[in-house]
Design a protein around this ligand. Structure first.
Ligand code: PEP
Ligand code: MN
Length: 622
């Protein structure tokens, strides 16, 4: 049963409820999230719903009908995010866990760890205690293996995941490991579940070979009942009658689980298929289906692997896969971040006075907010701003460490104001992120498309939804600054005739109804954002440089600059011209180059650029 508390409940009322429940010997959990404060009553409940509903401070009593309680979405509406060091499983960034089936030696593990890290893995996996079907197969290096894993973490910065097969290993696991895995064969080993529950470390709970989703969730309940909320569910294929793959990957478990539970989901296509060439297609499908993380077996010499060689990817195949994930993830609102760990390190090293925040335009739920979460995860506090200029000013005055500014949209084109502000302010572009913009028509509960008379949104959103809006010529279009402010205006005005164009995230944040999803003319609607800051925090290798330059008003002057790029085979991925303030018919050019032109190798390019342009500034490298 869930007691939803009044938002203005007093401390005395709350204490009274708590004391009553504790006198009855009830097991309870209190959860506060986005304005909702609930007490979940999990066990030993002697009282009925009516006993509770008459209590002062209780707004609503909701029964949890399922046999699992703590893992249930009814109890906790928001997604659980499991933190492993700087890595968060369950946010906007896909977490890739990779490594061999078994830790075989120090050299093997360190070599594979370097490779998978290079290709975007943020956690390393490897078994030290292997639950093998045959007692004569390699059983793992045991404590020696755990020590190797700890060394991998030390040398690479990758958190390490390994399987625990008996409660007797708990102390060693506590000493060496970041995430413990309960294997498929142990999913219903209840003593082990209780043990990992008490350990409190993040747990990857694999689905049993022939377990239903409900049984699996009950096993997660065992762990959470011990007070450990850091559970990650891992689908790794189930036994079916189909012999062409080792198991059958149940990808439908992803949307099923997303509805039933708040826990994050990792997909293991390696044990599911058992065949190397089947792993990448299923990994791609898993991301498309909404997985939060992937666990992939990778080996540098799979033919000689001591276990699961045939299903292990070669490192370069793994690299191909993560590149594909990079493209697929934004389609479903997520990101594959190749700079994940480096970014965390930079943020952790920011000096103590840093605001550790990123300014974005609009309000919570804006696409810029989504871009901020996709780029930084939860490590930076998003700071809403009213105008683009406010963002630049906040960064310049150190009120925000970073700024997130949209530069161009694939349907409605460039956001010129930001190009002009880049010219005006002496800030650096240090990164970029592209997100899919999927607009929804959002209104109050009870509204329908037929009752709507006006639609609020920023003009670019109207232009991106032109075909859809043309079907409703009677809608009055009311321009506002940003999609998120449109949603808030509609919410605050309590105007049942009004709708807003905005993100599904904004609809969730403002607790509004989605009348229709994906109303943009073309589903390939992407916005590219630049991340700005006062300067670079580190001098890592980068692939792109943005510059602004102007050239003399004479024949061939722009061509002379273009010739330099051509001569040095530098790919120009964007060229934009903007009028120069106060100089009619003179233009400043913005160019994005696929090269790190501040590097020593490109010194001649810089020299020639300076010679052929009247003004030149590097806006950023990323
Ligand atoms: C493993 O991850 O190496 C493993 C043994 O997996 P499962 O428990 O899914 O078979
Ligand atoms: Mn394996």
């Amino acid at each position: 049963m869930i007691l939803v508390l009044d938002s203005d409940i007093t401390q005395t009322q709350k204490d009274k409820i708590r004391n009553m429940l504790s006198d009855d010997g009830c097991i309870t959990r209190e959860i506060t999230e986005s304005g909702r404060n609930v007490i979940g009553i999990i066990g030993n409940n002697k009282k009925s719903a009516t006993d509770f509903s008459s209590l002062q401070g209780v707004k609503e009593v909701v029964p949890i009908k399922t046999s699992y309680k703590l893992v249930s979405r009814d109890l906790k509406k928001g997604d659980t995010k499991v933190k492993v060091g700087n890595v968060v499983v369950g946010g906007d960034r896909i977490v890739v866990i990779a490594g061999p089936c078994a830790v075989e030696s120090r050299e093997q593990s360190l070599a594979i760890a370097q490779e998978v890290k290079k290709y975007g893995a943020v956690l390393f996996r490897g078994g030290a205690y292997k639950p093998r079907s045959s007692p004569y197969s390699f059983q793992g290096l045991e404590e020696e293996g755990l020590k190797i894993l700890a060394e991998v973490r030390e040398k690479t910065g990758l958190g390490v995941v390994t399987e625990i097969t008996s409660p007797t290993q708990a102390d060693l696991m506590m000493k060496y490991i970041d995430v413990v895995q309960v294997g498929a064969r142990n999913m219903q080993n209840f003593e082990l579940l209780k043990c990992v529950g008490r350990m409190g470390k993040p747990v990857v709970l694999k689905r049993g070979l022939a377990s239903t989703i409900e049984e699996w969730l009950m096993s997660a309940e065992y762990i959470m009942a011990e007070g450990n909320n850091n559970v990650i569910l891992c689908e790794r294929g189930i036994r079916t009658f189909e012999p062409y793959t080792r198991n059958t990957l149940d990808l439908s478990a992803i949307p099923v689980l997303k509805k039933l539970t708040h826990l994050p989901i990792v997909i293991d296509p390696s044990h599911a298929t058992g065949i190397r060439e089947k792993v990448s297609p299923m990994a791609r499908a898993a991301v498309a289906a909404g997985a939060d993380a992937l666990m992939i077996e990778v080996h540098n010499n799979p033919d000689q692997a001591l276990s699961d060689g045939p299903q292990s990817l070669y490192p370069d195949q793994f690299g191909q896969l993560t590149r594909d994930i990079y493209v697929i993830a934004p389609v479903v609102g997520k990101q594959m971040d190749f700079d994940y760990l480096k970014k965390s390190e930079t943020i952790n090293n920011l000096d103590k006075n840093s605001s550790k925040s990123a300014a974005f335009i609009g309000e919570y739920g804006a696409y810029s907010h989504k871009a901020c979460l996709g780029y930084f995860g939860d490590e930076i506090t998003p700071l809403p701003m009213k105008t683009f200029k406010d963002i630049f000013q906040a960064v310049e005055s150190n009120d925000a460490e970073y700024g997130v500014i949209p530069l161009e949209n694939s349907l409605s084109g460039s956001i010129h104001e930001n190009y002009d502000l880049l010219q005006e302010y002496d800030l650096k572009i240090i990164g970029e992120i592209t997100i899919r913009v999927k607009h929804a028509l959002i209104a109050h509960e009870g509204a329908t498309k037929e009752t709507i008379k006006k639609v609020l949104g920023p003009p670019p959103a109207f232009s991106q939804c032109r075909n859809y809006l043309d079907q409703y010529p009677d809608f009055e279009l009311v321009p506002v600054k940003a999609t998120s402010s449109a949603v808030r205006h509609v919410k605050d005005s309590n105007d049942k005739d009004a709708a807003a164009i905005g993100s599904t995230m904004a609809a969730e944040i403002f607790n509004m109804k989605i009348l229709e999803e994906s109303i943009e003319d073309n589903p390939r609607n992407y916005t590219r954002f630049a991340i700005i800051s006062k300067g670079y925090k580190e001098k890592a290798d980068v692939g792109k440089t943005s510059v602004i330059f102007s050239v003399g008003n004479e024949p061939g002057s722009l061509f002379e600059v273009m010739k330099i790029f051509s001569e040095y085979k530098i790919n120009l991925v964007k060229l934009e011209s903007r009028p120069m303030p106060g100089k009619p018919w003179e233009y400043m050019f913005y160019a994005d180059l696929e090269a790190d032109i501040e590097k020593a190798d490109y010194a001649p390019v810089m020299e020639k650029l300076k010679e052929k342009s009247e003004y030149l500034r590097i806006l950023g490298r990323y």
